[in-house]
Design a binder for this molecule. Sequence first.
Ligand code: CXF
Ligand code: ZN
Length: 372
Amino acid sequence: MTSKTVARAAICSGREEPFAIADIELDALRDDEVQVRIVACGICHTDMAVRDAQLPVPLPIVLGHEGAGIVEEVGAGVTSVRPGDRVVMSFNSCGSCPSCAVDAPTYCYEFYPNNWSGQRADGSPVLFREGEPLNGNFFGQSAFATKAIAHERNVVRVPDMMENVDLANLAPLGCGLMTGAGAVLNAMKVRAGLPIAIWGAGTVGMAAIMAARIAGADPIIAIDVHDSRLEMAWELGATHVFNERTQDIEAEIRKLCPNGLGYAFDTTGVNKLIELAFTLLAPMGTLGMVGASAPEDMLSFNEASFMSNGRRVMGILGGDADLQDFLPQLMEHYRAGRFPFDKLISFYPFEEINEAIAASESGKVIKPVLRM
Ligand code: CXF
Ligand code: ZN
């Protein structure tokens, strides 16, 4: 008989029902696993996409993939963290495929079984409800809960120099923030002095703006449809902000950057905006794309200007982040005041998960974080 740990978790059964908090049990730990007492978890649009059956993830399930907490117990083979450590969690990966071999785990060949199958990659259940298997292991964590089982590969120890920082603030680092900042710093490798335009001022766009300032891009142009978001974008480092609803974006960018954009970064997934961004690129300009688009969407670019200007178009997942390196880098930028992402956060008690989701979906809140 293996012992099971009891926890409270928010169970998602689909769009028609609110998330319901219930008792669950956690399986005994495998050698590479880590049991974490969750302190906080951010809410991301991907959680909502799963609720709405837009992704191939089985329901009902315990979601949540921006967890932070304290390690309670580790499996026999775990060496990088121990009980009592503060950790931030992110996505899981296999560690042995060709992408993981070059420290590019966001493109793990085994991404689905390790993150979205509802089970461990070997098909065994991690969570139970009333003794029956319950889908979990979402992004290798399922952190809308008071406790979670994660894996050594997807927990990052919070360095000691962060001891004065509230762990709850760090929860959202493992998804949207890493995605936006990593796109700028790791994937596009933005060069100082070149112009960047960022479409969409949500969590990912805001992280890209802060990272563009760190990289020294100039100007840093933010585009959105909400003036309140544009104000925040300006506060976080955008040098110019344009409202898509009321301004002619193409004309404004051409006026500001007559040689074109060194970088264009799309977080919207809107076809027309991406195609426009492409036409605004300078010679050797890079267009980075992270927005969610419809499965059937196709883009069209002019071949001659693509080739003869040496333009690049990059799809970027998870900011090309190698977690153990990149999350501590972002923490250090935060501590030094260069990456003030806490301005995006609104906290909610765990029990108010449905209110927090509604606030995110209405646009009232940029980054809701649940405190367990
Ligand atoms: C993910 C996609 C895969 C890598 C990490 C981030 N997005 C989640 O919302
Ligand atoms: Zn996410």
